[in-house]
Design a protein around this ligand. Structure first.
Ligand code: B12
Length: 215
């Protein structure tokens, strides 16, 4: 079996130790961290997402899968996050209130750091106040919010409204993402952009920063 498939399979089974060892082996064989992430770890998670949706997999199993995914991500992260001396800008990231999903947000953080941005990760279940405090404290160029639940995506709008009220909205660009999020939703709530995956998120942030400089 190919290494990438092996990694994907261990992620699907929720085997953290095996996933970690397979990623280690792949790296020592010279496999690229990008392919390990895409064709191994994310490919495994895609299968799990489909099975969870159709009721073939349940929460405790998905929790184990998330653990295996993280074990693998820890090893590829330092390789993707190359130390760049000059920062391209600063991004504050967080998963909104009531939402514990952080795998996608963490990937966005890794890719942004890899591209040369400073990232301040506020974690999961981030309340409005915490986003506002971070904008005041960190002076980021961009605020990124993640939501994976239809019940929590509504909080993105609350944060945008609160930024307006505090007169902070014009200081930052706001981007959003997560499985239930669409471009239409982003427009509807007044966000500056939406990206469907981590690689596109990097392009989006670069685009918004260029735009801001030209203004
Ligand atoms: C793993 C998982 C979990 C894990 C999370 C572990 C963790 N640490 O993150 C656990 C087991 C804890 C979990 C719990 C729950 N989950 Co869940 N979970 C998933 C699952 C299977 C995969 C999510 C994932 O990690 N995907 C892989 C990553 C790489 O993809 P991603 O998150 O989409 O992120 C990418 C993009 O969206 C984008 N992106 C993400 N964030 C951002 C942010 C910005 C700024 C940008 C630009 C881009 C961006 O880039 C990322 C990288 O490419 C999804 C299924 C799915 N289709 O998404 C369900 C899913 C999200 N869960 C679901 C549910 C219902 C729940 C629970 C309510 C279940 C329950 N009954 O308790 C709880 C809620 C807990 C809570 N309060 O948050 C539903 C949501 C349904 C809905 N419409 O609201 C889903 C869709 C499954 C389903 N079809 O039923 N879950």
């Amino acid at each position: 079996m190919e290494r990438y498939e092996e990694i994907a399979e261990h992620v699907q089974n929720g085997y953290s130790e095996k996933a970690r060892k397979a990623v280690e082996a792949a790296l020592s064989e010279g496999c690229s961290p990008e392919r390990i992430l895409k064709e191994g770890l994310i490919a495994g998670m895609d299968v799990v997402a489909a099975k969870f949706k159709s009721g073939q997999m349940f929460l405790p199993e998905v929790l184990a899968v998330a653990g295996a995914m993280k074990a693998g991500m820890e090893l590829v992260k330092p390789l993707l996050v190359a130390a760049k001396h000059q920062s391209l800008g600063k991004v504050v990231l967080g998963t909104v209130r009531g939402d514990m999903h952080d795998i996608g947000k963490n990937l966005v953080a890794i890719m942004l750091q890899g591209a040369g941005f400073d990232v301040v990760d506020l974690g999961t279940d981030v309340r409005v106040e915490k986003f506002l405090e971070a904008v005041e404290r960190e002076h980021p160029d961009v605020v990124g919010m993640s939501a994976l639940l239809t019940t929590t995506m509504v909080h993105m709008k609350t944060v945008i409204e609160a930024l307006k009220q505090r007169e902070l909205r014009t200081r930052v660009k706001v981007i959003i993402g997560g499985a239930p999020i669409s471009r239409n939703f982003a427009t509807e709530i007044g966000a500056d952009g939406y990206a469907r995956d981590a690689a596109t998120a990097v392009d989006l942030v670069k685009e918004l920063m260029n735009h801001a400089q030209q203004q």
